[in-house]
Design a protein around this ligand. Structure first.
Ligand code: HEC
Length: 202
């Protein structure tokens, strides 16, 4: 090997080293990141990945519509004994500690003339549909804060469903029973909406 060839070889090695260092520095610059001590917002990816729509539905518990599928009138009448100290149920029945409940299901909140409701109840919007009755009777105190019905609530879904079924019957024209919408149907509807929103392909 003459000196010329040696120089060429040395240059080659030098170029290689420079390139290698240069590239590694460059990647360092481009991809440099401080390693995080820990995830700032720890996410349990395992549970996220395995959670499905069905799980969510189960967490919420059965809906009042579902509960009412197995509700019974006899049970409802018997549960109502807890309410009877304060509420009458006959058409035009008198006011006790609480208002008369004839025709209450589907009716406006606080619409009984002659009963002096709390401000909390008077200012509560809406009507006594199945969902609202279910929520109120679960825990009256937290459902409508400041209302004056001194009743702890009905813990068991089946008790609430049965007493609501009974309340519904206190009418000349009971409103329709609630319909159960299956989780699968909800998912299907959402999927249809998504598909409809997608741009036409070809
Ligand atoms: C200790 C007495 C008492 C008991 C027991 C009681 N309630 Fe009441 N209830 C009241 C009072 C008082 C009000 C009015 C609340 C207000 O104005 O804040 C009321 C209001 C209501 C309303 C709203 C009425 C309207 O006109 O908007 C419903 C529905 C109702 N009660 C159902 C029930 C049911 C069902 C039970 C039994 C599971 C029950 N209550 C047990 C005293 C009672």
């Amino acid at each position: 090997m003459n000196s010329h060839d040696f120089n060429k070889a040395a240059m080659g090695v030098l170029m290689f080293l420079l390139l290698a260092i240069g590239v590694s520095n460059l990647t360092e610059v481009v991809f440099h990141q401080d390693p995080l001590e820990a995830n700032a917002y720890p996410i349990d990816t395992a549970s996220v990945a395995s959670a499905s729509v069905a799980d969510v539905a189960v967490d919420l518990g059965p809906s009042i519509a579902e509960l009412m599928q197995t509700a019974s009138m006899d049970k409802g009448k018997s549960v109502f004994k807890k309410c009877a100290a304060c509420h009458t149920t006959d058409n035009g029945g008198r006011t006790k500690i609480g208002p008369n409940l004839w025709g209450i299901v589907g009716n406006d909140v606080a619409n009984r003339g002659g009963f002096s409701y709390s401000n909390a109840m008077l200012s509560h919007e809406g009507n006594w549909d199945y969902e609202m009755l279910n929520t109120y009777l679960t825990k009256p105190k937290t459902a409508i804060p400041g209302n004056k019905m001194v009743f702890v609530g009905l813990k068991k879904g089946s008790d609430r469903a049965s007493v609501i079924l009974y309340l519904r019957s206190l009418s000349d024209a009971p409103i329709a029973l609630p319909t159960v919408v299956a989780v699968e149907e909800v998912v299907e509807e959402v999927m249809e909406d998504v598909e409809a929103a997608m741009p036409e392909t070809m």
